[in-house]
Unconditional design. Structure first.
Length: 481
């Protein structure tokens, strides 16, 4: 197969249906010689923040001199982003070759009467083969969905099981309470492994404590009482955590400081466990955090006018995005490009973000699960007219009146459905360029966050389209970064 044929094969696997569980992936990996058993992993689960945490850990391990794999999903712009070694994406020819190897193994399994693996199982198998062939010392492995029955959970006990934030998402598959969702995430905790936990509500933390006790794993909960942001700006931020002072990261938003602290805690735990054979110096930790990049998460792509993208696809992400926008761009008008999948809690996202909007351009993400731009625009206009996304009247929630917006968001006539993502991007940038900028009630800007006056464009809602916005903005030669 060539690369195009490999992608066609991988994406065409969906016709075989889906099956949660480890039986298929276990059988497939056995047919391939169990390459995952020759690797060491840091396994990362959670509702939000697991990709960023994986990126931090991958960068830190590389800085420490280890050949490091990184497995993430979904991708932002290119399929090959999902499988990396030492920061470099898997070459297209290698992916095609490995896809052929996996397809041949599957043919034998199907001929023997076994069920065809799912798309994610096939991609995971390709990744494990690649990391083993490349001689990776350690792999930062992001869970795809849940944890307990996720294909990545075919691995043996990792160096550390790392659990990021827990919130509502994929409730049809994982459960309709935080405790049920936590139970699925806790499934990556294996006998004797170190487990690092982002601080959780008591009832959720108890789920992880029970899971760890049941298999004899050691649980380490991050102590965010020792976490303090010390400076921030559009080029990055610094923070203290525990004994570490003045750590720097390029990623923006308070939540990224917390994700970085989770990565620091994981490194500390791995260092203390001599069985893993991994040690990271303080200097490597500092350098790895500083050099970590994670595109598509509060990523500033231009400054005049300011334009950024963020993959906020559930209410928790949306609340974090709103807080970050208010912090980094206080008093400045917010122009949103918004596209979302119809099986997401888009009403919760609307409640969190849209009150800050002065204008919204809706788009249809490139997914069969997308909510159409016109339908989303109508829902937003209903919000603007009634104060709630469900049309039941004003919510009564307190808002800060950011940028002159009310709790009803922008005026209905300032909500536009666009036929293409390119149209939305062009119109949003044009509107921001001609915007008079800050309102009369603008709050004073902190020196570290100061930038050019004017409106801010933010594309958010779904990874299935913000990568296209990124391409458009990066290709724009008028950008001034």
């Amino acid at each position: 197969m060539n690369y195009a044929e490999a992608l066609e094969y991988i994406h065409g696997i969906g016709r075989f249906g889906k099956k949660l569980g480890l039986e298929n992936i276990t059988r497939l990996m056995r047919a391939l010689g169990d390459p995952q058993d020759r690797l060491r992993f840091i396994h990362i689960a959670g509702t939000n923040g697991k990709g960023s945490t994986a990126a931090y850990l991958s960068s830190v391990m590389r800085a420490a001199g280890y050949r490091t794999g990184l497995y993430t999903s979904p991708y932002l712009q290119r399929f090959t982003e999902r499988i990396r070694v030492d920061g470099r994406e898997i070459p297209e020819a290698r992916l095609a070759s490995l896809a052929g190897t996996v397809r041949s193994a599957i043919a034998g399994l199907v001929a023997a009467g076994h069920q065809h693996p799912t798309e994610f199982e096939v991609v995971t198998a390709i990744a494990f083969l690649y990391y083993a062939q490349e001689g990776c010392d350690v792999v930062a492995l992001e869970v795809g969905l849940g944890g307990r029955l996720d294909s990545t959970n075919v691995i043996k006990a990792p160096l550390a099981a790392v659990i990021a934030t827990i919130d509502f998402d994929h409730v049809a598959q994982l459960g309709d309470t935080l405790e049920k969702i936590a139970f699925e995430k806790a499934g990556i905790i294996k006998p004797g492994c170190e487990t690092v936990l982002y601080p959780q509500p008591d009832s959720v933390r108890e789920v992880f404590e029970t899971a760890a006790q049941k298999v004899g794993a050691r649980l380490h909960v991050c102590d965010f009482s020792t976490l303090r942001g010390t400076s921030f700006g559009l080029r990055g931020q610094t923070f203290d955590y525990g004994r570490h002072k003045g750590l720097k990261i390029a990623l923006l938003g308070d939540y990224q400081i917390r994700n970085a602290a989770l990565a620091v805690e994981a490194v500390e735990v791995i260092n203390r466990d001599a069985r893993g054979g991994i040690h990271v110096s303080d200097e490597a930790l500092r350098r790895g955090l500083r050099d970590a990049r994670w595109p598509g998460r509060m990523e500033l792509l231009r400054e005049k006018p300011a334009a950024l993208i963020d993959a906020a696809h559930n209410p928790q992400c949306a609340r974090a995005l709103r807080a970050a926008l208010d912090k980094y761009f206080p008093g400045r008008k917010k122009i949103f490009i918004f596209g979302v999948l119809k099986d997401k809690d888009y009403r919760g996202i609307i409640e969190a973000v849209i009150p800050a909007a002065s204008a919204v351009f809706t788009v249809t993400p490139e997914s069969g699960r997308a909510l159409a731009a016109g339908e989303l625009a109508n829902i937003l206009r209903e919000w603007a007219g009634g104060g709630r996304a469900d049309g039941r009247g004003a919510s009564g929630d307190e808002t800060d009146g950011c940028d002159g917006a009310t709790d009803r968001g922008p005026a209905p006539e300032r909500i536009w459905a666009c036929d293409s993502i390119a149209e939305a991007t062009e119109r949003a940038i044009a509107l921001a360029s001609e915007s008079p900028g800050s309102t009369a009630s603008e709050s004073p800007k902190t020196p570290s966050a100061a930038a050019e006056d004017g409106a801010v464009v933010c594309a958010f809602g779904s990874l299935y389209y913000i990568g296209i916005v990124r391409d458009l903005l990066v290709a724009d030669q008028t950008m001034d970064l």
